[in-house]
Design a binder for this molecule. Structure first.
Ligand code: TRP
Length: 477
């Protein structure tokens, strides 16, 4: 409840900023593949149910906690916890966001490099089998990925230092419509390809036979990551909402935009995959899909080296860049708001502290595919136990993967679970209702269901996702 804090200048600015956070790499490189492999429309239906039953209640809670306290995430939980250990939930969130950024910015740099390669027609004439080597050579290079990473982080830093209205909001108002237009153009181009209908069918034909308990857990995990939940990202943005912002409506808008872009990403990717007769199960996921399969797919589908393929690929990687950028900005803001408010620094100084720390760790992540590739979890385990313990069972993941896995598999689910329990059990119900209804102005017929989800459905569901990742269920079987 600090004074002199900036707010977003408009409701549309607030929605676009939050949507910018939500729409990110997760939408483009995870959602389409998960949908294709898990029964198409069946997966989309389960995903939407997860959003309604888990995503929306948690998003509304994060919004509410931020707007009510008008404070950074750590401050918000401190204010609401009255000295109890719940204050640690906010701090955990700040740490998680910072931790995710250490590798997320590196991928942001990759999207810039691939935009550049596409625009300069560097994929022309490259045989299909060479794209893998092209990417590993690039990622393993000691300088190039690191330079792009620094450029990406520099842009994030620039926007953050300009502040909430002149930086984040203004930028979202330019970038989100741009992202939207590019998405539509790419979708239309892709759907015009011969054989596009097969791709659409792959994505949309409901195949309930493919749905297993793992599918449901996957849908939940994806819903969480895609909506930027579980660490106070949206809580920080909501601390810049003014009192008249309708929380539930904003949450619904953000979720609809996020899901729409995710489904469109599928329409961009699969028609071209089917067009060139590739098996969608071979395209891989995540980085290998995006930086190895797709450059090849786009070259083949739109004509190797043709103007159309240059335009299409450049737009696609630029889209990915914009999506990653607005998400990275939202994560950076969590940490910047924290250091500026809790340690009373100027915004510029606070942002510098965060950027410099991200620079240091990001370089480690960036180099972990090249010069530092031998520093693996297994190696670290051996060092830490002075070589006295057998570490052959420990994963040989590199530094980048350690940051990715630890945040995705441990920090985010824990954060999400704590936030649900906090909002459902600890937060005063009257306060919750007052805030959600803007002191009685908005009707909240869903209030009981919301609280029920926060108390029971969400904590149990997230707990299951968490345990499943460590193979606890297969272990029990
Ligand atoms: N939602 C973004 C994506 O889809 C990533 C992201 C931004 C995020 N902020 C977050 C994920 C907070 C979890 C928590 O790529």
């Amino acid at each position: 409840m600090e004074n002199n804090r900036e707010n977003f200048g408009s409701k549309i600015g607030a929605i676009l900023a939050a949507a910018g956070s939500a729409v990110g790499l997760g939408n483009v490189w995870r959602f389409p593949i998960e949908t294709g492999q898990n029964g198409g429309a069946a997966f989309i239906i389960i995903y939407v149910i997860c959003i309604v039953l888990l995503g929306l209640p948690i998003m509304m809670s994060e919004f509410l906690i931020g707007r009510y306290t008008h404070s950074n995430t750590a401050g918000a939980y401190r204010i609401l916890s009255n000295g109890s250990p719940w204050k640690w939930v906010g701090r955990l969130g700040v740490f998680t966001g910072w931790f995710i950024l250490c590798y997320y910015n590196v991928v942001g740099g990759w999207t810039l490099h691939y935009t550049y390669l596409s625009a300069t027609n560097a994929f022309a004439g490259v045989p299909a089998s060479e794209f893998g080597g092209m990417f590993t050579d690039f990622a393993g290079n000691p300088w190039i990925p690191t330079a792009w990473f620094v450029v990406f982080l520099g842009i994030v830093h620039f926007v953050i230092t300009r502040g909430v209205q002149a930086g984040i909001e203004k930028f979202s108002k330019i970038m989100m419509p741009t992202l939207f237009i590019i998405t539509i153009v790419l979708t239309v181009c892709s759907l015009c390809l011969p054989g596009a209908s097969e791709g659409v069918e792959f994505l949309l034909k409901p195949d309930w036979g493919k749905v297993t308990s793992t599918t449901i857990l996957q849908a939940m995990g994806q819903a969480f990551f895609s909506l930027s939940l579980g660490m106070g990202c949206l809580c920080t943005y909501a601390s810049y909402f003014d009192k008249s912002t309708p929380l539930a409506k904003t949450a619904v808008n953000v979720s609809v935009i996020d899901t729409f872009i995710a489904i469109m990403a599928g329409f961009i990717i699969f028609p071209s995959v089917f067009n060139i007769g590739m098996n969608p199960n071979e395209v891989g996921a995540g980085a290998s899909l995006t930086f190895i399969s797709l450059p090849n797919v786009f070259q083949q589908a739109f004509g190797d080296g043709s103007v159309l393929s240059v335009v299409f690929s450049s737009m696609f990687y630029f889209l990915l860049f914009v999506a990653a950028l607005t998400s990275a900005i939202s994560l950076h803001e969590v940490a910047t708001a924290y250091v500026t408010e809790e340690f009373h620094l100027e915004r510029k100084k606070g942002a510098c502290v965060i950027t410099l720390s991200l620079l240091a760790l990001g370089i480690l992540c960036s180099l972990s595919f090249g010069p530092l590739k031998d520093i693996t979890l297994q190696q670290l385990a051996a060092w830490l136990t002075f070589g006295k313990v057998d570490v052959t069972g420990v994963s040989a993941m590199n530094i980048f993967d350690m940051f990715d896995s630890f945040s995705g598999m441990v920090l985010l689910p824990l954060g999400g679970m704590f936030i649900a329990i906090f909002a459902g059990w600890v937060l005063d119900k009257q306060l919750y209702k007052d805030e959600l209804s803007n002191s009685g102005e908005i009707k909240t017929p869903y209030f009981k269901l919301l609280i029920f989800s926060l108390r029971f459905i969400a904590p149990v569901a997230i707990g299951l996702v968490f345990l499943d990742q460590f193979g606890v269920f297969s272990f029990l079987k």
